[in-house]
Design a binder for this molecule. Structure first.
Ligand code: PMV
Length: 361
């Protein structure tokens, strides 16, 4: 088993009595997908993502020192201004997982106030932004207790804690691109935390756009944790994990060279492979909707006719992420407005772009 003892902090003799920390952390969109894991939240294959800018969670962590160390975690959770006891079990299990690394948790009562900049039921998973925002707040508190910690250690541990909340959350802490999971061609890569893509990215990807077409805003019928589990004993899993490793090497070279046609091929193939894994697991399931396929066909047609470099990717859901260079912003927005909004629930879409990760507010 991997040794993560470097992340165990010591509880200092003097703890601050009370205070409040606010931060924001974004969602991210994987280009090479993570699908399949080992306990606890260790990926079967490395993944790489664009950090987003606008789709994010804002979290305020109020802390007050208890008279005596608590037997259980003491906290309340507000989501968009309303007390949400039903969200507590998820946070409690997150605290249980990270308690070894953040021993001061039981010395405090916390009030966590959180809200998202994207619509609540938009089909956009809030676990990546939500868990990384909470981890970032906790690490700010830890930093107050132990100012000897370096920026590198701070970012690594924030990603490490985020990962224990939700695997993909590990990739939200930094930007514009991060890699999570060990890979021979990515220096410093690690299964325990994500690292910033450690090479110069070609200017073709500067300010890259992500417009998210909201095809289905409902709850997912199959959670990602169930989906990850179905990769155990999946007939194609070992080939899939090998393919993801190869795609990381390809994408590394593409990000350095700026080859947009090669980018399109890797990214779209990854999206379809993710959904192919869902369709070929037992039980099998389909998260795409008819409108997802209509949009994909329209994008292919548009690319053929115009020579555009727009491409799509998918998360574990029906929504379509359209990725394209900043130089095509006006043209692609026109295309969306004239041909794609009809496939979106209530004509809704979110304009986002590549971003830089979590920050203090
Ligand atoms: O972090 P989780 O357990 O919600 O899994 C995320 C899985 C995908 O979004 C489908 C792919 C990825 O790498 O983000």
């Amino acid at each position: 088993m991997a040794d993560h003892s470097q992340f165990i902090s010591k509880t200092p003799a003097i703890l601050p009595d009370k205070g409040s920390i606010s931060c924001t952390s974004p969602s991210n969109i994987a280009l090479v997908k993570y699908w399949g894991k080992q306990p606890i939240q260790l990926p079967e294959n490395p993944s790489i993502s664009f950090t987003l800018e606008n789709c994010k969670t804002e979290t305020t962590l109020q802390y007050e020192k208890l008279e005596n160390i608590a037997e259980d975690f003491q906290f309340e959770l507000y989501f968009e201004g309303t007390l949400k006891p039903e969200f507590k079990p998820k946070i409690k299990s997150f605290f249980e997982r990270i308690a070894l690394y953040v021993p001061f948790l039981k010395y405090y009562k916390f009030i966590i106030k959180t809200s998202n900049t994207f619509p609540h039921s938009s089909g956009i998973a809030s676990s990546a932004s939500g868990m990384s925002a909470l981890a970032f707040c906790l690490m700010q508190l830890e930093w107050q207790l132990n100012q000897g910690i370096t920026t590198k250690e701070f970012l690594q541990k924030t990603s490490f804690l985020s990962r224990l909340g939700s695997g993909s959350a590990s990739r939200s802490v930094e930007g514009p691109m991060t890699v999570w999971g060990i890979h021979k061609d990515i220096e410093g890569s690690n299964d325990a935390y994500a690292v910033k893509f450690p090479y110069d990215i070609h200017p073709n990807f500067t300010n890259y756009q992500d417009t998210i077409l909201l095809v289905d805003k409902g709850e997912k019928q199959v959670s990602s944790s169930v989906g990850h589990d179905l990769m155990h004993g999946h007939p194609f899993s070992s080939e899939r994990f090998k393919q993801a490793n190869k795609n990381i090497t390809k994408l590394k070279n593409i990000l350095i060279s700026g080859d947009l046609d090669a980018f399109i091929e890797v990214v779209e193939s990854e999206a379809l492979t993710l959904h192919a894994m869902m369709m070929t697991s037992l039980p099998y399931f389909i998260l795409m909707k008819p409108n997802t396929l209509s949009i994909i066909n329209k994008i292919w047609e548009y690319r053929k006719v115009t020579g555009s470099k727009v491409c799509f990717t998918l998360d574990a859901g029906a929504n379509v992420h359209m990725l394209y260079p900043h130089s095509e912003k006006d043209a692609v927005t026109g295309f969306i407005e004239s041909e794609l909004v009809v496939f979106c629930e209530k004509g809704q879409y979110i304009c986002d772009k590549i971003g830089l990760g979590a920050k203090l507010l």
